[in-house]
Design a protein around this ligand. Structure first.
Ligand code: HEM
Length: 327
């Protein structure tokens, strides 16, 4: 009898172990993954992001964009955080990323509290959520359990969306990551915070598609405002709010601006050029006469989906000791 019951216990244990391993190898994350192994992880990250945000609110946009650029290239595996001569960080669209020091600071405190347990990929994912909340966005629960990648190459960053991508290309780049047109519009709503360099949109103001004319999709009253901020031949690194009038506030005014042809990037303006993406812009912006969608809720939902892109879990990858280098 005793032997039978020990056998049963062993059997149950083995089944549980197997079940956990299969779910992990299937690449799943779960809320509170560090509940017992590093219970303070969320508090440490939140406090670190908050303190950086108090000094410079622009850091929220930096962290959000960094998370997006991480997830789109080899999945959410902190490959964006690795330094080196030809890593992802050196790819052109990534040269203007900011906020690396915030992730490194959180990681060093977390390593003191619970060494070798929390991945940099999860730290970045949690920090992006905290950044959104500090900027006034709706909060959500972040599934964790990602592992850090071992590969980072600038050449892999080619699939990042570009500022002049037509809407069909934007949609297909998101579809390649299992993200829908709704996810695209909700996530690009991240442009409700942060800035862009004149370098990535001034061609729209003076010489669009070689016409020596401005982009006809820019609202005529918005054009002189943008021109004043980015004079022809002026400083290409001057930065301009993506969401005019509400740069640090995570709200729906970006969609109102886009709807009114006050989107700064060509890719923002192009959201109006497809009936599906246009409909989501209208729903998120609170346009009259269309069914509404709650931007905060949908953004959160799409962020969780984005955060599950091409996961490394279980025994894949590693838990880095420092976020800027593999172990
Ligand atoms: C079609 C998709 C997208 C394109 C083409 C695009 C393009 C860009 C470009 C060109 C900039 C300005 C970069 C610079 O001048 O430094 C920018 C900034 C930004 N993007 Fe996107 N983006 C896209 C989607 C997203 C998504 C999905 C998110 C977030 C989930 C996001 C978040 C941000 C943020 C927060 C900034 C401001 C960064 C800062 O102020 O440091 N973007 N984006």
């Amino acid at each position: 009898m005793k032997m039978a019951s020990s056998f049963n216990k062993l059997h149950i244990l083995l089944c549980l172990l197997f079940a956990t391993q299969t779910t992990m190898t299937r690449g799943q994350t779960r809320v509170d993954f560090y509940g017992t192994t590093c219970p303070r992880v969320q508090t440490i990250i939140q406090a670190t992001v908050q303190s950086a945000f108090q000094t410079n609110p622009g850091v929220a946009a930096g962290l959000l964009r960094m998370f997006f650029h991480d997830c789109f290239v080899l999945g959410c595996d902190a490959s964006i955080l690795l330094s080196g001569t030809s890593t992802e960080r050196t790819a052109r669209p990534n040269l203007s990323l900011v906020g690396f020091e915030v992730i490194n600071a959180a990681k060093s405190q977390i390593e003191t509290a619970c060494p070798g347990v929390v991945s940099c990929a999860d730290i970045l994912t949690l920090a992006a959520r905290d950044a959104v909340v500090l900027a006034g966005g709706t909060t959500w629960q972040v599934p964790t359990g990602r592992r850090d990648g071992l590969v980072s190459q600038a050449s892999d960053a080619v699939n990042l969306p570009a500022f002049n991508d037509p809407i069909s290309v934007q949609i297909s780049k998101f579809r390649d990551k299992n993200l829908t047109a709704q996810d695209l519009v909700a996530l690009v709503g991240g442009h409700t915070i942060g800035t862009a360099a004149c370098a990535v949109f001034s061609y729209r103001l003076y010489n669009f598609s070689g016409t020596n004319q401005p982009d006809p999709d820019i609202n005529p009253t918005f054009l002189p405002q943008l021109r004043a901020l980015c004079p022809n031949g002026g400083n290409a690194s001057t930065r301009v709010a993506l969401d005019t009038g509400s740069v640090n506030s995570f709200d729906t005014s970006y969609f109102v601006n886009v709807r009114n042809r006050r989107g700064v990037l060509e890719s923002d303006a192009k959201l109006l050029s497809n009936s599906t993406t246009l409909a989501f812009v209208q729903k998120f912006s609170g346009a009259m006469g269309v069914p509404q969608l709650n931007f905060g809720v949908e953004f959160a939902r799409s962020m969780v989906k984005l955060g599950n892109t091409e996961l490394k879990t279980g025994s894949q990858g590693e838990i880095r000791r420092v976020c800027s280098a593999i172990n």
